[in-house]
Design a protein around this ligand. Structure first.
Ligand SMILES: [Zn+2]
Length: 228
């Protein structure tokens, strides 16, 4: 198999004893394949691909959107992130307390009533993420209160669409995005430090950046990891 590049799009090319070109885009990330007659020149394949570029881009966008937000069913075999690691979900029926447990390095076990709806399974998972995150936060706030000489009066966890955290400097209150339960602990710490720096400087200005450099020197790479 060979490949051709069109800009930064890589297309796998397979030549076979066939009559017509076949173009296809595949999950999970929208990789592209062209199957071409073995007599066809690379340049002809390239022009064909270019003529189909807008269709290819549309298909790729579809797969990439699905990959970013897969429809969650909370059934065995789905993959979930927890504290920056990837786990496979095991659904286990129980008559005892419904709960979630990490099982070794590979699995998250969801213990649930037989016949529980998707919504119910999702709720048990979400509450577990929320409780895990809530137990991670106080030691971090305490650590950074000492180092930064500030005081957080209250904090909370909520699901936010566009931000990882927020700070109300006047009320000395910070909110942390529930999604951070899925990210590595250094991402959570970076967000907490960022929000707590707002207790020293409200705006994202030079002063703010110099505080970040002082307290959390590798914040740029953690930020990249978080948004990457
Ligand atoms: Zn900020």
């Amino acid at each position: 198999m060979t490949s051709i590049m069109i800009g930064d799009l890589k297309i796998n090319v397979i030549k076979k004893k066939i009559k017509n070109l076949h173009l296809s885009v595949h999950p999970p990330d929208g990789w592209v394949r062209i199957t071409a007659p073995d007599t066809m020149k690379d340049e002809a394949i390239r022009s064909f691909a270019i003529s189909k570029l807008s269709w290819i881009k549309k298909q790729r966008a579809k797969f990439q959107a699905q990959e970013r937000q897969p429809e969650r069913e909370f059934v065995s075999g789905e993959s979930y992130y927890y504290q920056g690691h990837h786990y496979l979900l095991n659904v286990i029926y129980t008559n005892k307390k419904q709960r979630v447990e990490i099982d070794g390095y590979k699995n998250i076990n969801l213990y649930i009533r037989k016949g529980a709806t998707k919504e119910r399974r999702g709720k048990v998972m979400t509450e577990w993420y929320r409780n895990q995150l809530k137990s991670q936060i106080p030691p971090l706030i305490e650590k950074w209160e000492k180092r930064m000489g500030v005081k957080v009066d209250s904090w909370g966890v909520k699901l936010m669409k566009t931000r990882w955290g927020t700070c109300n400097p006047k009320a000395r209150r910070i909110w942390v995005n529930l999604e951070l339960a899925k990210k590595s602990p250094r991402c959570l710490e970076y967000i907490i430090v960022h929000e707590m720096v707002h207790l020293l400087e409200r705006l994202h200005n030079k002063k703010f950046v110099s505080y970040m450099d002082q307290f959390f020197p590798n914040w740029r790479s953690v930020k990249k990891e978080l948004n990457g």
